[in-house]
Design a binder for this molecule. Structure first.
Ligand code: ZN
Length: 295
């Protein structure tokens, strides 16, 4: 009898897993969030971040009720739909079992018009902008805040006193920490803390870890550096997987190897912001030409 129960449970679970299909548009993402909230009303709360330039409401799901506020933001880049899938899977995992003592805010898609068009850039007033170059930064920016989405997120992390933050992108694969700016002075006073956090985040994935500029490339005006520079938020960037166009099975693998790492990262992150978060080094404008705008 026990065997039959175990077998039917396994069949049921594989059926549930097979049901999850890659979302085709933001409508699917919203449906997912509404279902998640209906299934886990005690641990989840749906919130609106703001209206985007396209007139869409950017949705947030808050998970758990703890006093420490942490955050996962995905899909600054609209073409990086694999990161959206990981964010939704992580939200579901947290809804089932919130992190004790924390409220975790998850934004599956920041750049809605880009996501619907599978386009990196976000449209505004007849123009377009790379959302992850739209924040102020110590070595410059392509913005700041040409977009309503990025401006709203900047206000949110301030108002909610976010302590640790993970952003999800595709692809490299790597998990990296500040600074990611155009400079040769890339260390912060918190090197060993950041090294431990990315180690915690990559136990299952075995992704490469290190400093953002060194592992990926220099990029000015990113959310990751802004969050640390402005507020001392423990800000970690995930470049997930091996492609911008993952198949269903590649998405499943990205979820399997990154959801436990995201949880461990937030569980083990410091419970207060970093105190010494100014940039003390020198910028090197020549390094801006290294920015490939493709991750
Ligand atoms: Zn990206």
């Amino acid at each position: 009898m026990k065997k039959i129960i175990a077998l039917s449970l396994a069949l049921f679970l594989s059926h549930v897993a097979a049901q999850a299909a890659i979302a085709k548009s933001y409508t699917d993402v919203k449906k997912f969030l509404v279902n998640l909230n209906a299934t886990y009303p005690n641990t989840t709360k749906l919130m609106d971040l703001a209206l985007s330039d396209s007139g869409d409401t950017i949705k947030i799901v808050a998970i758990g009720n703890g006093p420490i506020h942490n955050m996962v933001v995905s899909t600054h880049h609209g073409n990086e739909y694999g990161s959206t899938e990981v964010a939704m899977a992580f939200a579901e995992s947290l809804a089932k079992a919130p992190i004790e003592g924390q409220t975790v805010y998850v934004i599956p898609v920041l750049n809605i018009s880009g996501y619907n068009a599978r386009n990196r850039y976000e449209s505004f007033a007849g123009d377009s902008q790379d959302p992850n170059r739209d924040y102020p930064g110590p070595c410059g920016t392509d913005g700041p805040f040409k977009l309503k989405s990025t401006h709203a997120l900047a206000n949110f992390i301030d108002q909610q006193n976010i302590v640790a933050s993970a952003t999800l992108h595709t692809y490299y694969p790597a998990v990296v920490y500040p600074w990611g700016i155009s400079s040769h002075d890339l260390t912060t006073p918190y090197q060993s803390t950041f090294e431990q956090l990315v180690k915690d985040a990559t136990v299952e994935s075995k992704y490469q870890t290190g400093n953002s500029t060194e592992v990926i490339y220099a990029a000015d005006g990113t959310y990751e550096d802004y969050a640390f520079w402005k507020h001392g938020i423990w800000s970690i960037l995930f470049e997930l997987g091996f492609t911008h166009t993952p198949s269903q099975s590649e998405v499943d693998t990205m979820v399997t190897v990154n959801v436990p790492g995201l949880r461990r990262l937030l569980q083990n992150a410091p419970t207060a912001r970093a105190a010494d978060h100014d940039f003390h080094g020198k910028c090197d404008g020549r390094m801006r030409s290294h920015d490939r705008h493709d991750e």
